[in-house]
Ligand binder design. Structure first.
Ligand code: PLP
Length: 388
């Protein structure tokens, strides 16, 4: 089964480009909102680092989601695309002064603080402005996720967050500071997680932490469990919308929230991954000594995930119905790692055919670079193409 694409429209657009299927994005957002509506204290902040295309962000902000930012640039982008500052959370191990000042000036909901040193700087900068910053402490829960080693974040060895044994001293430090207010705890264990057991392990860890804090009479208003829900890269057509019910139910079942506590989520990939495809044109079909190569006009500069994480993306020839043939699909960049797939079956491919590299809506366009002096790929939503 192949995806359904407006290939006639695609013929009029310069390749390579990202295509964002807005019908699927709306369907995905509705699936999230339907699940969230079953719980009166769940809040979703879209992790905008996954895809910051302004048109995509407009749709997500209109659906009522908040935003999770990891830089000042992302805060600017969110505010330009309709997100309320009161729904912005801001994490990052290395927040610069101007970024903290921006968050303070715009009145964001919360800083997710990753060290006591950062806490001191936020307190100082907030004092200069006569403000009090709400902060959550990002705790490294030492919970592993069964995913690519480059995208785990919640192990003791990772650079993120405050170690558990430093948590209570950090809360005590925050309590002494006049211009920060302790608003809760933040966690994020990694990305592309499909085993709900990883999330329930996080829940158990948070339950233990809460029991401990309760003994010391420390009140926690907000729990933020980060993001990480994965998508089905193998089956973008069969499973276009992630199983949000299983995801939210896992937290509802395993996390023991205290009365009045709010639970926050930061989903990135699961919101935008499946709605995006990188559309590229076959430049040449080359017979090597042992294999046949399809050389396309997109490269690792447009989509770096295969080169960086050995990530799998399903590829379809969307303009050929000829019998299947085995190819390596490679880009034009002067790097041996510029390979999208090895030994995959495509409908027989010829120069000029269009290929869709699927499930590329997350960590695709936003990670593009200009290496080899290449142009950055454009991103088009469905509505952009209906006008041409
Ligand atoms: C990247 C990131 C997310 C989103 O991760 P996904 O796997 O895309 O859901 C959420 N929170 C933080 C702090 C992050 O760094």
């Amino acid at each position: 089964m192949k995806g359904n694409f407006p290939t006639d429209k695609f013929q009029k657009v310069e390749t390579p480009f990202y295509y964002y299927d807005t019908e699927l994005l709306h369907r995905t957002l509705k699936a999230i909102n339907d699940e969230v509506a079953k719980h009166n204290n769940f809040y979703v902040h879209y992790a905008i680092k996954a895809n910051a295309n302004p048109k995509v962000l407009n749709i997500i902000s209109q659906a009522g989601l908040g935003a999770d930012c990891v830089s000042g640039g992302e805060i600017h982008r969110c505010l330009e695309t309709g997100f309320s500052p009161r729904k912005i959370v801001y994490a990052g191990v290395g927040k610069a002064d101007w970024e903290i000042n921006l968050g303070l000036d715009k009145g964001i909901f919360c800083f997710n603080v990753e060290s006591v040193a950062e806490l001191e700087v936020i307190n100082e900068l907030a004092e200069k402005k006569g403000k009090v910053a709400d902060i959550c402490l990002r705790i490294n829960p030492d919970v592993g996720a069964h995913t690519n080693a480059k995208i785990t974040t919640g192990l003791a060895e990772n650079k993120f967050g405050i170690a558990m044994r430093d948590m209570e001293p950090a809360i005590a430090e925050a309590a002494k500071m006049k211009n920060v207010r302790f608003a809760g705890l933040h966690f994020h264990i990694g990305s592309q997680i499909l085993d709900m057991g990883d999330f329930s392990a996080l829940c158990n860890r948070i339950n233990n932490i809460q029991d401990e804090l309760e003994i010391h009479n420390i009140k926690v208003e907000n729990i933020n469990v980060g993001g990480g829900l994965g998508i089905d890269y193998q089956h973008p057509n069969r499973i276009p919308v992630p199983d949000f019910k299983a995801y939210f139910d896992t937290y509802a079942r395993h996390l023991k929230l205290r009365p009045g506590q709010k639970l926050h989520f930061e989903l990135g990939r699961a919101v935008v991954g499946q709605m995006g495809s990188l559309i590229t044109r076959c430049l040449y079909v080359k017979q090597g000594t042992a294999k046949q190569f399809v050389i396309v006009d997109a490269g690792m500069t447009d989509l770096i995930r295969p080169a960086l994480y050995q990530a799998y993306h399903k590829i379809e020839n969307i303009t050929s119905e000829e019998p299947l043939t085995t190819y390596d699909v490679v880009g034009p960049i002067c790097e041996s790692s510029d390979v999208f797939a090895k030994a995959i079956d495509l409908n027989k491919t010829s120069r000029g055919d269009l290929l869709a590299i699927r499930s590329a809506g997350a960590y695709g366009e936003i990670m593009a670079s200009q290496y080899n002096c290449r142009k950055l790929p454009q991103g088009y939503i469905t509505e952009d193409l209906s006008e041409i």
